[in-house]
Design a protein around this ligand. Structure first.
Ligand code: GLA
Length: 778
């Protein structure tokens, strides 16, 4: 690519002067050009090519007598078959538009055409309070394309980063006319791709079952992945992937689309006539309306477009690096996150000084680092019926106050963290009684409650000021170094079409004002689990509570789904009691840890009740996690194709080691010999593979103790019950030494089948699992 003084060679400056725009990532090219009528014609997106390839690559649009010609004397040019970068309504392109605007003349017809371009170093962050991808140690370059339709101007921004194959796009609309423009839809990006038999992959679910991966072939028509809840939602994560049919973890082309946004989102994928695929993404136009007064501008959130030719794993590699380097707050992006103990699943609302200090003490004994006081600590909060909005501490539960509590926790060698749900209010609260108008309601309608609460209108400045003051005071008084910021209901009774977006802008303002001056505070956002797991929140909170479901078998699907687009360091993952509070499924302590270890680890059961043996086990888990924490949180995460549908394999590779998790979701009788495929490291180098020592409780084995102990003992007897408090049976220990290429088909020990040679049998059963560490053999 040609260089221009001061501009890194990521945008071909010479070609840009000719109206050909070649944006280059490390391994990719994104090419478009100005058409003969001034529209932006999309040319190519894929592995790196030369700018001079544009003519050869550009789709030669078919011409038929049926399509609308843009100009009467030029039947070969129709917007309906031109691959584009932007398109409106009313000029013969009948595919999904990027914009639906009521123009100053009152019509919905728009035709934005090229005016100019500009290339600048660095990013071009949003000006109106939306979070933006930031520059880091890796430089960025931004291309602005100016378009106009009469007095209404549209700037399209493209930012490209030196480190990863991502293009960040957004649009800014400016009303230079003397009349208002009404925006009903303004997408962040539009792109037209020739169809190459794509599958569409989405991450869908509901409360406690977020981000399950779904794949469907594209079929003629439009598929919309969207949220209308007010937030990015647990129903459909904003990230979607187009993948060539049959793409695997390692092979196939994958295109990802995501938004740096936490509100109602919309990505439409249209397979149109003549086999084009149009993808538009941005704020959901349903229920949206924004009036742009003369002289005003409107900015869309950023859209993130990522590409890999190396399958889903290749794409995840790109997106994980991008999220780490350009989305997460820089102070936390690569910092090791603390192991927390959270009071919620053990105490629920029944928290007090004693419970918190007991968890702090018990947490300290097993090596945890921070105790989180979850819901239930403020005035009137005995249940979810009352108290939200009032952040004065409940003096009965905490007679010495939060400052004292934080100090006592620190004296025990633990750090202190606290839960808040600032965007919400219970009608039964002092705040609501004083300011009923602060809750979002539609005039003349009885507002709908959810979890007995209403949503505060954070688009209002007075509400924001209140929240900033209250939450800041809680943090400063208690010395909290971690905040769990919850949001436990969706929007209803929205009084106007601009409110949902103004709400999200207000939320970002509050977060910026509270946490900007307190960069040492680790923010974990949460919305009934993963109801707001998106790149917008990740700009403020480096980790998000991935799901209220902590059953490890369910978590395998949730964390696996999320891992397609978000790195493990963003996923809060806790070990809780068995059976699970969400599913009643009983699972081994080892598996609860082995799954949570591939995220930001915490514990959320009463650690003070652990037996001697349980405590030893949990302490060993935490010691293992800390020893490999950087690899598990920040290493290169991979989903390894498992050899059976009942198995899941994850790996995280650091500079010096790889941690492997091998999980069985259910067992089967007479299984074939297992294979554990550890992705080839250096093929000829020798590695040592060591399983993490783990145990199984005597009580979990019941009458099968007879198979694994030298003599029969009554499983219900006092001896076994007493012994199980002090002793747990070690599972088989595995060590192997082999070359990297051999590890791709490693044969692990067989599983328990009754006649166990215990030293050489993995005691797995349903939901069994093992972690391994792979290091170079010295
Ligand atoms: C939500 C969160 C939980 C917990 C409760 C407290 O459900 O997801 O982790 O904090 O609220 O009410």
């Amino acid at each position: 690519m040609g260089g221009q003084a001061g501009v890194p060679a990521m945008i071909d400056a010479q070609a840009a002067r000719r109206g050909v725009f070649h944006i280059g990532g490390p391994h990719t090219s994104y090419l478009f050009r100005v058409s003969r009528y001034g529209h932006l014609e999309h040319v190519y997106w894929g592995p790196s090519v030369a700018t001079s390839d544009a003519d050869a690559l550009a789709v030669k649009p078919p011409t038929d007598g049926y399509q609308v010609a843009y100009a009467d004397d030029d039947a070969t040019y129709s917007l309906d078959v031109l691959p584009q970068e932007w398109s409106g309504l009313g000029k013969g392109d009948y595919r999904m538009p990027a914009a639906e605007l009521k123009m100053p003349d009152g019509s919905f017809t728009t035709d934005f055409r090229y005016v100019d371009y500009e290339v600048t170093d660095g990013v071009a962050p949003c000006q109106d309070g939306l979070p933006s991808a930031h520059e880091s140690k890796h430089p960025a370059t931004t291309l602005r394309i100016g378009l106009a339709d009469g007095d209404v101007a549209l700037d399209l921004y493209y930012t490209v980063f030196a480190c990863c194959d991502v293009v960040v796009r957004r649009a800014v609309l400016r009303n230079g006319s003397g009349e208002p423009v009404v925006i009903r839809r303004l997408m962040s990006q539009l792109v037209d791709l020739p169809n190459r038999a794509y599958d569409l992959v989405t991450f869908d679910g509901t409360w406690a079952a977020e981000a399950h991966r779904h794949v469907r072939p594209l079929a003629p028509g439009t598929y919309v992945n969207e949220s209308l809840t007010g937030f990015s939602s647990n129903r459909h994560n904003p990230a979607v992937i187009l993948a060539t049919r049959g793409a695997s973890e390692d092979h196939g082309e994958c295109f990802a689309f995501n938004l740096v946004y936490s509100g109602n989102h919309h990505t439409a994928v249209e397979l149109s006539r003549r086999n084009f695929v149009r993808v538009v993404s941005g704020i959901n136009p349903v229920g949206f309306e924004w009036t742009l007064a003369p002289g005003e501008q409107f900015e869309t959130p950023e859209a993130v477009l990522a590409y890999s030719r190396d399958g889903f794993d290749g794409l995840s590699g790109v997106l994980h690096a991008f999220t780490r380097d350009h989305i997460l707050p820089q102070d936390w992006a690569e910092a090791d996150r603390p192991v927390v103990v959270n009071t919620w699943e053990s105490a629920m609302f029944d928290v007090n000084e004693r419970t918190v200090l007991a968890q702090a003490r018990a947490g300290k004994r097993v090596g945890a680092e921070l105790v989180v006081l979850d819901d239930g600590w403020f005035t009137g909060r005995q249940s979810d019926h009352a108290g939200l909005g009032d952040y004065g501490v409940d003096a009965k539960k905490f007679p010495h106050g939060l400052g004292w509590l934080g100090q006592r926790v620190r004296e025990q060698g633990m750090r202190f963290g606290i839960w808040v749900e600032p965007e919400m209010v219970n009608p039964d609260s002092a705040l609501y009684r004083e300011h009923p108008d602060w809750a979002i309601t539609a005039p003349g309608r009885q507002p709908s409650l959810h979890r007995h609460q209403l949503v505060l209108d954070v688009s209002r400045e007075d509400v924001r000021d209140y929240l900033v003051e209250k939450v800041s005071a809680v943090i400063d008084e208690s010395g909290a170094e971690y905040v769990k910021w919850d949001c436990n209901r969706n929007l209803t009774d929205v009084p106007a079409g601009d409110l949902p977006h103004r709400y999200i802008l207000g939320l970002y303002d509050v977060l910026r004002r509270i946490f900007g001056p307190r960069p040492h505070v680790l923010l974990e956002s949460c919305a009934s689990g993963g109801n707001r797991f998106d790149l917008g929140m990740l700009c403020f909170s480096p980790q998000i509570w991935a799901s209220d479901c902590t059953d490890p078998v369910e978590r395998l699907a949730i964390q696996d789904g999320l891992s397609h687009c978000y790195p493990p360091s963003t996923m809060g993952a806790h070990v809780t009691a068995s059976p699970s509070q969400q599913t009643l499924r009983a699972t081994p302590l080892s598996t609860r840890f082995n799954v949570a270890a591939f995220g930001v680890l915490g514990y959320e059961f009463d650690l003070a009740t652990l037996s001697f043996a349980g405590r030893r086990d949990v302490a060993a888990q935490i010691a293992f996690y800390k020893a490999h924490r950087h690899t598990l949180q920040h290493g290169r995460f991979r989903r390894v194709p498992a050899t059976s549908p009942d198995h899941v394999v994850w790996t995280a590779a650091g500079a010096l080691e790889t941690v492997v998790g091998h999980y069985q979701t259910r067992t089967r009788a007479s299984q074939p010999p297992g294979v554990l495929a550890i992705p080839v490291l250096e093929p000829t180098r020798r590695y040592r593979v060591t399983s993490r020592p783990q145990t199984i409780g005597l009580d979990e084995l019941g009458h099968l103790l007879a198979f694994v102990l030298p003599r029969w003992l009554n499983p219900e007897g006092v001896l076994v019950r007493t012994a199980s408090r002090f002793y747990r049976l070690p599972d088989a220990a595995e060590t192997y030494e082999a070359t990297g290429v051999a590890l791709a088909t490693l044969a692990p020990l067989p599983q328990f089948e009754g006649t166990a040679d215990r030293a050489h049998t993995r005691l797995w059963g349903d939901h069994g699992s093992t972690l391994y560490v792979v290091e170079p053999a010295s």
